[in-house]
Design a protein around this ligand. Structure first.
Ligand code: HEC
Length: 144
């Protein structure tokens, strides 16, 4: 058997394997691109959600938090905070609003951003929209 493995067999395995896996990559890429519009429910991106995303960036929330696993590991994951807070945007608004300006004594904590009601509601709407992305159930639990 070992004598049958010639140079040309090796070359055929190399070319055949390369073509096969390249085609597989193309098919999977198209499949992903086709399913994305359904998964990120982009039809629900309202101007309020857009404003929330902008505030999320302006205040560098990702500098402390993760969103769907991406970001800093200092503070809780927020892609599921809407579910963690009982599917209530009011609870998210109340939490962000209630952070003490002087911080929580004895530890580093969430800053007070002094956002307007409109801004707070926009951030909460952004976090609600994020929680409803079909992200293959990531993170797998509801804890932060
Ligand atoms: C300097 C770090 C820091 C930044 C920046 C930050 N946070 Fe936080 N955040 C925290 C910490 C720490 C907690 C955990 C509770 C606490 O200590 O106050 C928290 C908790 C939260 C919670 C509650 C999570 C839970 O499960 O209890 C929400 C919602 C939240 N942050 C939203 C935001 C948003 C929105 C922004 C940006 C506007 C932001 N955070 C920016 C540090 C930060």
């Amino acid at each position: 058997m070992s004598g049958a493995f010639t140079k040309s067999t090796a070359r055929n395995i190399f070319y055949g394997g390369s073509v096969f896996f390249f085609l597989l990559l193309v098919v999977l890429t198209f499949d992903t691109m086709k399913s994305l519009p359904k998964r990120d429910h982009r039809e629900n991106i309202t101007p309020q959600v857009v404003l929330g995303k902008k505030l999320w960036e302006d205040h560098n929330c990702i500098g402390c938090h993760t969103l769907m696993g991406e970001g800093a590991y200092f503070a809780p994951e927020l892609a599921n905070v809407y579910d963690r807070f009982g599917q209530s945007t009011e609870a998210i608004v109340a939490f962000i609003q209630s952070r003490p300006a002087e911080g929580v004594p004895g530890r580093r904590s969430m800053p007070q951003f002094n956002m307007s009601t409109e801004e707070l509601e926009a951030v909460a709407a952004f976090l609600k929209w994020t929680s409803e992305i079909d992200d293959a159930n990531w993170p797998p639990n509801i804890q932060g």
